[in-house]
Design a binder for this molecule. Structure first.
Ligand code: AMP
Length: 282
């Protein structure tokens, strides 16, 4: 079993001793738990590149809005510990809210601009919560490298910006999206979907294939591609609404003319479940 720490003081002492004992490198995988194949890909990458791999499991309250799914977000530490053992994780850090947010805290990290578009428009304050907790976790673990999935592409960009701006000596390693065999991106939130909703959720991936096909057929106009994706996704039952479909360059600047390497990003409500996904134009 991996070592499990719930207290900041204890994991700090342990990591300090480990690092002193032999110049060991530390890879860090921050998660909200309920681990799946996407998380495993991050862990595997960290295991290849580092001597010690630390996984954090923490459903961070400050990145959820008041009417979001914080309460019902799936949690199962025993299940996650078993997966971490299978994957050869060395250390799991599962702190309490009291540890992460000491009484009277007021300091926040706000990555201006990048935090306000796309997800940020629909989830006000979300990236403030993310950046703040990730910086706290970085300060606790002090990793050499940290692993982030491209599934949350905007989050990856926000964290990269924060690391550059605050001069953190941490290498951010992006990991490509892991999908189920039929194309649905793995997500802890997929457990919310009924079998019927899951079928409709596949329209997200299939809309990327549609867009890719249009692009390969010579269509360059972002507006035309976005409208075709929208029509396609909305034609599926259980799809309640689309928050956004956007096509950007790799730095999240909107594009009119689509090129290879651009990103197509979507957020879609299937029933009461909000799913995000993205696609790198090939
Ligand atoms: P979460 O537990 O959802 O906060 O995700 C923790 C990390 O795993 C984040 O860096 C995510 O981008 C990454 N992740 C989640 N799902 C996937 C996936 N399907 N493929 C790759 N990375 C993922």
């Amino acid at each position: 079993m991996p070592l499990l720490f719930k207290r900041i003081k204890d994991i700090r002492n342990h990591l300090r001793d480990q690092k002193c004992s032999g110049n060991l490198s530390v890879g860090f995988v921050p998660t909200m738990g309920y681990l799946h194949e996407g998380h495993k890909a991050l862990i595997r990458e960290s295991k290849i590149q580092n001597d010690i791999t630390v996984v954090s499991i923490y459903v961070n309250p400050t990145q959820f809005g008041p009417n979001e799914d914080y309460e019902r977000y799936p949690r199962d530490l025993n299940r996650d510990m078993a997966i971490c053992e299978e994957e050869g994780v060395d250390i799991v850090f599962a702190p309490t809210d009291e540890e992460m947010y000491p009484h009277g805290f007021t300091t926040e990290v706000y990555v201006k601009g990048l935090s306000d578009i796309l997800e940020g428009e629909f989830r006000k304050g979300h990236f403030k919560g993310v950046a703040t907790v990730v910086l706290k976790l970085f300060n606790i673990i002090q990793p050499d490298r940290a692993y982030f999935g491209e599934k949350d592409y905007q989050q990856l960009k926000v964290i990269q910006r924060m690391v550059e701006d605050l001069l953190l000596p941490i290498e951010i390693v992006p990991v490509p999206i892991v999908r189920e065999p039929d194309g649905l991106a793995y997500s802890s939130r997929n457990v919310y979907l009924s079998p019927e909703e899951r079928k409709s959720a596949l329209s997200i991936y299939n809309s990327f294939l549609l867009a890719q096909e249009m692009i390969e057929g010579g269509e360059k106009r972002a507006g035309v591609i976005k409208r075709a994706m929208e029509r396609f996704i909305l034609s599926h039952p259980h799809v309640k609404k689309i928050d956004y479909i956007e096509i950007t360059d790799e730095d999240l600047n909107p594009k009119e003319e689509v090129e290879k390497g651009d990103r197509i990003l979507v957020a879609v409500w299937v029933g009461n479940t909000r799913l995000i996904d993205n696609w790198k134009v090939e």
